[in-house]
Ligand binder design. Structure first.
Ligand code: PRP
Ligand code: URA
Length: 209
C-alpha cells in the first residue's frame, strides 16, 4: 500500500489495546484518543522542512534548526475527530483549526454534511484531516473533497483505526493524500462497523450511549 503509514510503535499499540476494550470508561477513552493523536502527529509531521537559524546558548553562538515558516491546519471531522484535536495541537500549537460536520446515515452508510468552517487562508496551509475511524471511507472522502475545493497546499489524513475497505476507497478517491493510522483491522461488519474495532468512536468519546 503506497501512501499509508501504519505505526507499529509499542506505545501506540499498547494504548490502542486499552482503547478497544469494552470496559474502558469515556474519561479514559478521551485521554487515550488524545495521547494516540499526539503520537500520530509526531509521525505525520516527519517531513516538515527545517531551516538553519543563528542562536546563542549560554556557552556560545551556534546554528540550530527551526521549522521553516510552515502554515498548518487541523480539520477534525465532527464529532469524533474533535477528540484528536488537543493531542495534535500539543505538538503543533500554532496550527489553525477548521471543522467539518458529517455523520453517516445509518441506513445508507453515506455521509451527510451539516457544517463546514475552514480557516480563511487554508489555501496557504498544509492540512491534517483527523477522525479516529476510517470505515467505508465515505466520510473521509467527502470531507477531503470539500477541503480540496479551497485548494490547500497539501492534505494528510490521520486516523486511529482503519478498515481495509476504507483505506482502499480513500486511496482510490484521493491518491495524493497520505494516510497515517495506528492500526488496520480485519473488515467491516454488515452495519459498517470496523471489526474488531472499538465500537462507535463518537459515542464512546462523548458518552452518548
Ligand atoms: C464515524 C467516524 C467517522 C465515520 C467513519 O462518525 O467518526 O466520521 O463514522 O465511517 P465511514 O468511513 O464509513 O464514513 P459517525 O458518522 O458515527 O458520526 P459521529 O462522529 O457524529 O458519531
Ligand atoms: N464509525 C465508528 O465510530 N466506528 C466504526 O466502527 C465505524 C464507523
Amino acid at each position: 500500500m503506497s501512501n499509508v503509514v501504519i505505526t507499529n510503535h509499542p506505545l501506540i499499540q499498547h494504548k490502542l489495546s486499552i482503547l478497544r476494550r469494552v470496559e474502558t470508561s469515556s474519561k479514559e477513552f478521551r485521554a487515550l484518543i488524545r495521547e494516540i493523536a499526539m503520537l500520530l502527529c509526531y509521525e505525520a509531521t516527519r517531513d516538515l522542512h527545517l531551516k538553519e537559524i543563528e542562536i546563542e546558548t549560554p556557552i556560545c553562538k551556534t546554528t540550530a534548526k527551526s521549522i521553516e515558516g510552515k502554515k498548518l491546519a487541523i480539520v477534525p471531522i465532527l464529532r469524533a475527530g474533535l477528540g484528536m484535536v488537543d493531542g495534535m495541537l500539543e505538538l503543533i500549537p500554532s496550527a489553525r483549526v477548521g471543522h467539518i460536520g458529517l455523520y453517516r446515515d445509518h441506513e445508507t452508510l453515506m455521509p451527510v454534511e451539516y457544517y463546514c468552517k475552514l480557516p480563511a487562508d487554508i489555501n496557504e496551509r498544509d492540512v491534517f484531516v483527523v477522525d479516529p475511524m476510517l470505515a467505508t471511507g465515505g466520510s473521509a472522502i467527502d470531507a477531503i473533497s470539500q477541503i480540496k475545493l479551497r485548494k490547500p497546499r497539501s492534505i494528510k489524513f490521520v486516523c486511529i483505526i482503519s478498515a481495509p475497505e476504507g483505506i482502499e476507497a480513500l486511496q482510490k478517491a484521493h491518491p495524493d493524500v497520505e494516510i497515517f493510522c495506528a492500526g488496520m483491522d480485519e473488515k467491516l461488519n454488515e452495519h459498517g462497523y470496523i471489526v474488531p474495532g472499538l465500537g462507535d468512536a463518537g459515542d464512546r468519546i462523548f458518552g452518548t450511549k
